[in-house]
Ligand binder design. Structure first.
Ligand code: FAD
Length: 256
């Protein structure tokens, strides 16, 4: 997939908003853009403020997806921030992988980015992180969930036991996940990812150890709920062993 890495345009930053943004946001510039799959773009952000952030794999950042120079009116506030999992962070550059799902402020922002553009985001946060004490780790979710899963899987020690299902539209939509061979890929074709019966069915078919591990469920909210119900009701897992992080659901904007 092509990588853009030449110097690009700069977005206008209004002087009035500049100091205010600096108080609440970390600012960096797009250093690299890469089309990882037909709908997922990897965005690498670097800059002095991006160095040395505290980040635990699985955590996300809240990104200012409006033009940094444009005034924001009260009614538009819900369209200012969107949440993206951190795909990778090496102490210098932070990488995000927004999925182009169609129409929405986040999707439009990600599509419009060019190398050199300025990005403002809140520091990494969140409790959707790996539990090192678990007997084994179970991952289930769709394309957007697999961004967080990539970081979490990379953080696991070699001896950690991993199971899981990642549902995507088709083979080209698979992100390059570590331990890919230990995960099952499930292809839903033209069906929607919302309330996906095929993901639940694929998790039901997994041959898991007798005792519960820790499950990480992310992506579309109703699908996450259905997988949790399966683990708790059908497999008898304690609720505390199932970490759920809904990322989006039809009809809701900026879920978080
Ligand atoms: C903790 C967390 C981590 C997240 N990490 C990522 C990530 O790494 N990559 C990523 O792409 N998204 C991620 N998301 C989801 C992302 O924040 C939402 O998809 C976001 O709402 C999309 O913003 P938008 O402005 O484009 O659309 P919105 O205006 O927020 O949504 C409009 C409509 O678009 C549809 N929609 C939204 N997202 C999807 C989707 N993924 N697939 C199909 N339809 C959709 C829904 O019908 C929704 O009602 C994460 C969310 C959370 C809470």
């Amino acid at each position: 997939m092509p990588t853009e890495s030449t110097a690009g345009r700069r977005r206008p930053a209004d002087l009035l908003f500049d100091p205010l943004l600096g108080l609440f946001f970390t600012r960096g510039r797009v250093e690299q853009l890469e089309q990882l799959t037909p709908r997922v773009r990897r965005i690498r952000v670097t800059g002095p403020a991006v160095r040395g952030l505290s980040w635990t794999p699985g955590q996300h950042v809240r990104v200012h997806v409006k033009d940094l120079g444009a005034p924001v009116w009260a009614g538009m506030l819900r369209d200012v921030l969107r949440t993206y999992s951190v795909w990778a962070y090496d102490g210098e550059g932070l990488e995000l992988c927004p999925l182009d799902h169609g129409d929405g402020p986040g999707a439009r922002w990600a599509r419009s980015l060019r190398v050199g553009d300025e990005i403002a985001f809140r520091k990494p946060e969140g409790r959707f992180v790996v539990d090192g004490s678990a007997a084994y780790h179970l991952f289930a979710g769709e394309e957007t969930a697999s961004v967080a899963f990539g970081a979490m899987l990379r953080a696991l020690p070699d001896e950690a036991r991993v199971h899981g299902v990642v549902e995507v539209a088709g083979p080209p939509d698979r992100l390059p996940l570590p331990r890919s061979g230990q995960l099952r890929w499930c292809f839903r074709g033209d069906a929607g990812a919302a309330a996906s019966g095929s993901l639940v069915a694929a998790v039901r078919e997994l041959d898991l150890p007798g005792e519960p591990g820790i499950a990480y469920l992310a992506g579309e909210a109703r699908t996450c709920q259905a997988v949790r119900d399966h683990l708790v009701r059908e497999r008898g897992w304690p609720r505390r062993s199932v970490l759920v992080k809904p990322f989006w659901t039809p009809g809701r904007r900026g879920l978080d």
